[in-house]
Design a protein around this ligand. Structure first.
Ligand code: HEC
Ligand code: HEC
Length: 161
């Protein structure tokens, strides 16, 4: 366990009144999850989404809680791990900041303008796949395009094509 994280864990343990289940999620992660998933912030940044407070995975969309219960996470630690991952996960805030002034809230934008299906993600007005459209729009770079594709699929509650 990296020393800085250990010291953060100790600091938190000293500050937070302890209850069962409030055991530091980062420490739980280090002992039970890190060997396979590495750093939790990197893991969450790569695979996880906070959509309206709901934690979604890359593979597991609406059943992530159930999946985690059967996946190395004891019931009494689910909440702590869930909250930690939620705080580190990607969220629509970036859309609000970068696109909201013209497109408004992401939920409405996706509902009205974006069609997510198995074979791709299409803009309704342009009729173009967003992978082709976005690089010409707002000077978005490949990393940004990938982020927004995933976000649109996540907001639509669909697997990422
Ligand atoms: C022995 C290796 C291993 C350990 C230990 C492990 N995982 Fe996993 N985890 C995996 C694999 C492999 C997958 C992908 C399988 C899948 O999505 O069905 C996965 C998937 C996940 C996902 C879903 C990601 C997605 O995109 O849908 C979450 C969340 C997760 N793990 C959390 C945890 C947590 C929290 C712990 C510790 C309490 C943990 N894992 C421990 C191997 C592991
Ligand atoms: C300054 C205003 C403005 C901003 C900021 C903006 N857009 Fe747009 N966007 C537009 C306009 C106008 C259109 C209509 C098509 C065109 O003229 O290019 C559009 C079209 C789109 C479309 C195609 C929709 C369809 O129905 O085909 C997508 C996808 C899109 N924008 C995504 C984004 C994303 C993602 C961001 C943030 C990174 C963003 N836009 C920021 C003005 C904006």
């Amino acid at each position: 366990m990296p020393v800085y994280r250990l010291s953060i864990a100790i600091l938190l343990l000293a500050l937070i009144p302890l209850e069962t289940g409030a055991r530091d999620a980062w420490a739980i992660w280090d002992s039970r999850c890190e060997e396979c998933h590495g750093d939790p912030a990197r893991f969450a940044g790569k695979y996880l989404w906070n959509i309206d407070g709901q934690l979604q995975g890359h593979h597991h969309i609406d059943n992530l809680g159930l999946f985690m219960r059967n996946h190395y996470v004891p019931d009494h630690e689910i909440e702590a791990i869930h909250d930690m991952l939620l705080a580190e996960a990607n969220s629509p805030q970036r859309f609000e900041a970068e696109c909201g002034e013209c497109h408004g809230a992401v939920n409405e934008f996706v509902e009205q303008s974006i069609w997510v299906r198995g074979s791709g993600i299409t803009g309704m007005e342009s009729g173009m796949d967003v992978s082709e459209f976005l690089p010409t729009h707002r000077e978005l770079q490949p990393g940004d395009v990938s982020f927004y594709r995933k976000l649109f699929a996540r907001v639509a509650g669909k697997p990422i094509p």
